[in-house]
Design a protein around this ligand. Structure first.
Ligand code: SF4
Length: 216
């Protein structure tokens, strides 16, 4: 099987394994997802959801986040880690939303990635999950690891990995595909102890039993 055929087989398999895969961040609108995604850097979605529940009850609009003081916001998001930088970015990007986008999150890759602290990964999360637009593939730490282990890329740079995946996967599956890799990365193909023996796509994986297994 060549890479394209194997990708098609993986898509079919993952559709069956994770039929309800979805973004695990809790959000009610694009602004909440944008902020939750900023908070999720180097943090679990579970922790972000704990923090965001009270955060979103207190601050509801881009104006609210643009106006809140740096220290007050830092305190509210402290447990997500890197809170100084995250607070700075959230305040700056919400100020930019107020100033340039009528306080709304733009459904546009170029406009999103022009916001402070927003890269393609964050923009893809928002476009795919809040707007239902397949503009790219989310490449996070799980997708980097899985795409390499599954032999879908040999790149390490996220933008090059994304380009390889966009070439292999049909556009209408881009958002689902990143969910599937992320879910498989969390549940089966973990960084240190991939469960190759129990892995549903083991026969399609060139790395089966060859990577990351730590001795027990
Ligand atoms: S066979 Fe192993 S390395 Fe390959 S995807 Fe499954 S768990 Fe990951």
């Amino acid at each position: 099987m060549n890479r394209k055929e194997r990708t098609a087989a993986l898509l079919e398999a993952f559709r069956g394994i994770y039929p309800s895969a979805h973004c695990e961040l809790v959000f009610a609108n694009p602004l909440q997802l944008l902020i939750a995604t900023v908070l999720s850097a180097q943090c679990t979605d579970k922790r972000v959801n704990l923090v965001s529940e009270s955060l979103f009850a207190q601050y509801k609009t881009a104006e609210d986040f643009a106006k809140v003081g740096q220290e007050e916001l830092e305190e509210a998001i402290r447990s997500t880690g890197f809170f100084r930088n995250k607070a700075k970015n959230i305040r700056a990007l919400c100020a930019a939303l107020v100033e340039h986008h009528g306080s709304q999150v733009p459904a546009d890759m170029e406009a999103l990635t022009a916001l402070p602290g927003v890269g393609r990964k964050t923009a893809n999360v928002v476009l795919g999950n809040a707007f239902g637009l397949n503009e790219g593939v989310v490449v996070d730490t799980h997708v980097i690891r899985l795409a390499n282990r599954l032999g879908l890329t040999t790149e390490t740079d996220p933008e090059k990995i994304e380009a390889d995946l966009m070439d292999l996967v049909p556009r209408e599956q881009w958002t689902n595909f990143s969910h599937w890799l992320i879910w498989h990365g969390r549940r089966r193909c973990t960084a240190r102890n991939p469960d190759c023996a129990g892995c549903e796509v083991q026969k399609l994986c060139p790395s089966a039993f060859k990577v990351g297994q730590t001795k027990k």
